[in-house]
Design a protein. Structure first.
Length: 623
């Protein structure tokens, strides 16, 4: 073995550490790039550090072998083939490091490398690799590479200077590039003045330590930039995913709206065509009575369609009460059209004794009517539809079993979708089951379709929750005496006030009108006493909700004589009001007989209907 001078030992150890660190950075860059699939810039930086690691490996082998061989063996002496080959590899890889550093910085800065840089890259590498063949002194080789590294550091810094943002990684990379240019300037300065100042050889011996610090800063900064870029790309991808999801949701809503509008247009256009046609005939002699009757019938048909759609959207008011299950099933059977019981079809009812339900009588009758009508239509001649009401865990359940062909597998996922029907044109609108689903859901229950236990036909199961504890019934004012009664109509629509006035005056009411809740409140505070008040909810200003709350505070007695009406329960504030209002609440367009029954104090509970007890069967489920 040999004895190394302390200065040579420090230099050699610094070179080994620098080489090891360079290969560690290569491994880190390769791992991150493979996992994150980074940009072209970081692919170039991976190649840049790989070239640096190879260069340092060549020079490490050169100097290690110089100190580790017998002094009498000059195989690794300056100018010999082995030493020259290591220098060729070292300078060639160092030139490749410089070229890739500049091109990677240009890519990271968002700009392509200049054309002259691309054209000069290969000649530069070749020239640097060939320099050791002409220059035998290692110090001269330091001078040759110094301007190249200073220039590449300056060009890289310039490329990154225009990069937007000022993250910690980018700042560190810029600082490392400045340090790279400064340290190699110092190296060249020390070599040039070595003959004049021999002590500078100690500084040259420490160049590996200086280069190691620059290398650590540059590699660490680039890794931070890579991770920050990965985070930015992930965030951009997430934002893009959210944008695409919003677009998809919007498109789905538009398609659903298109389906809804198409179905509504189909349902309303037929009765509106009849209404408009007969309205043209009103002026003809002898046609008034028949035309008026047809117009009324078709208008009621339009009203039913709108109310079905309100139920579908969960916007109907559901006045709940205790119901005897057996009587509910009996009323449903009485309401079934006789033609549906032709060909020997029949209904069997089975209600558990003493079972009582809690819910909206009209709504539950509509649900059962739709299910029973569908079951009768699906059953063969002589078939039996069994309707059962029984207690169940946590409430009660209603079962409707038929003896038809059952539910087609392809139709099962779409049974409760609006406008889905398996029947031919004109035989159904596809609203019945979706409306039944909405009504049951509004009661806090569930509805499901399954195979009948007998193995033939289908079963629909409706589950209802128990009655809430302490459920309060709506307040009902005592009936008004006949004759000389005063009615205040509060509505911002003059047409509505006019037609309600005419119906009220036909019934003997003395009518006053108010176009706003504020005007109505002022009227109730004057000396005039109104026997009843009829107030719309949706009006400018405080509206009907504010009128209700002000009367509750200022004149509770007047509130007990007030009936509320509305054509819109979609707004959250009105839906919330409907749940807390204890006065009758009717939906437009209302039946005037029902309206004035409520105004007279004979109308019982709240609205949700106001239009009589007609229940259509507008949805089908069987293939």
């Amino acid at each position: 073995m040999f004895l190394l001078k302390s200065i040579d030992l420090i230099a050699l150890m610094g070179l080994f550490v620098q080489t090891f660190v360079a290969w560690v950075f290569v491994a880190i860059f390769a791992s991150i790039r493979r996992r994150e699939r980074s940009s072209t810039a970081f692919t170039r930086f991976l190649g840049c550090f790989a070239a640096l690691a190879c260069a340092l490996t060549f020079v490490s082998v050169r100097f290690f072998r110089t100190h580790d061989v017998d002094r009498s063996d000059d195989t690794w002496a300056e100018g010999r083939f082995a030493a020259t080959a290591c220098y060729v590899g070292y300078l060639g890889c160092k030139a490749l490091f410089a070229v890739l550093l500049v091109s990677g910085s240009a890519d990271l800065g968002g700009r392509a490398p200049a054309r002259w840089m691309r054209r000069s890259a290969l000649p530069l590498v070749a020239a640097m690799a060939g320099a050791p063949l002409l220059l035998r002194d290692v110090n001269l080789l330091l001078i040759v590479q110094a301007p190249v590294l200073v220039a590449c550091a300056a060009l890289s810094h310039r490329a990154l200077a225009r990069l937007p943002g000022d993250g910690s990684g980018l700042r560190l990379v810029r600082s490392a590039l400045v340090a790279l240019a400064v340290t190699w300037g110092i190296h060249a300065f020390a070599v040039l003045l070595l003959e004049v100042v021999p002590a500078l050889r100690y500084l040259l011996a420490m160049n590996s330590m200086l280069d190691l610090g620059v290398q650590l800063a540059l590699g660490t900064g680039l890794i931070i930039c890579m991770l920050q870029e990965s985070h930015r790309r992930a965030r951009a991808a997430e934002e893009e995913r959210e944008r695409l999801q919003r677009t998809l949701d919007r498109d789905q809503r538009l398609r659903a709206l298109g389906t809804l509008v198409s179905g509504v247009a189909h349902e309303l256009n037929n009765p509106l065509t009849v209404i408009l046609g007969y309205a043209d005939l009103v002026g003809e002699p002898g046609a008034e009575a028949n035309a008026a009757q047809v117009i009324r019938e078709q208008a009621e048909r339009c009203r039913g369609i709108v109310r079905n759609l309100s139920a579908l959207a969960g916007q109907s008011v559901h006045p709940c009460e205790e119901l005897e299950a057996a009587r509910l099933l009996e009323r449903v059977e009485r309401g079934i059209a006789s033609e549906l019981l032709a060909d020997g079809r029949r209904i069997e009812r089975c209600a558990e004794p003493g079972l009582r339900l809690y819910g909206d009588r009209v709504g539950l009758e509509q649900v059962l009517t739709n299910l029973v009508v569908n079951a009768l239509q699906a059953s063969p001649p002589g078939g039996v539809v069994r309707v059962t009401a029984r207690r169940a865990a946590g409430g009660a359940e209603l079962l409707v079993d038929d003896q038809g062909e059952g539910i087609a597998e392809a139709a099962r996922p779409h049974l409760f979708e609006p406008f889905f029907t398996t029947k031919g044109p004109g035989q159904g609108t596809g609203l019945g089951l979706s409306i039944a689903h909405a009504i049951v859901r509004a009661h806090g229950g569930s509805i499901a379709a399954e195979a009948a236990p007998s193995g033939t036909g289908a079963r629909f199961r409706v589950r209802l929750p128990p009655a809430p504890i302490g459920a309060a019934a709506p307040e009902v004012a005592p009936p008004l005496p006949a004759g000389g009664r005063r009615l205040l109509i509060v509505d911002d629509d003059a047409g509505v006030r006019s037609v309600v006035r005419r119906h009220a005056e036909q019934r003997g009411w003395v009518v006053a009108e108010a176009a706003s809740a504020e005007a109505a409140l002022a009227a109730t505070q004057r000396d005039t006493r109104f026997d009843a008040l009829l107030c719309d909810l949706r009006m400018p200003g405080m509206g009907g909700v504010g009128f209700h709350d002000r009367l509750a505070e200022l004149d509770p007695d007047a509130l007990r004589r007030t009936v509320f009406v509305t054509g819109d329960l979609a707004a959250p504030d009105l839906a919330a009001f409907a749940r807390r209002c204890r006065r009758p609440l009717l939906q437009k367009p209302f039946d005037f007989g029902v309206l004035f029954a409520a105004v007279d104090g004979r109308g019982g509970g709240g609205g949700g209907g106001g239009g009589g007890g007609h229940h259509g069967s507008n949805g089908e489920r069987h293939a």
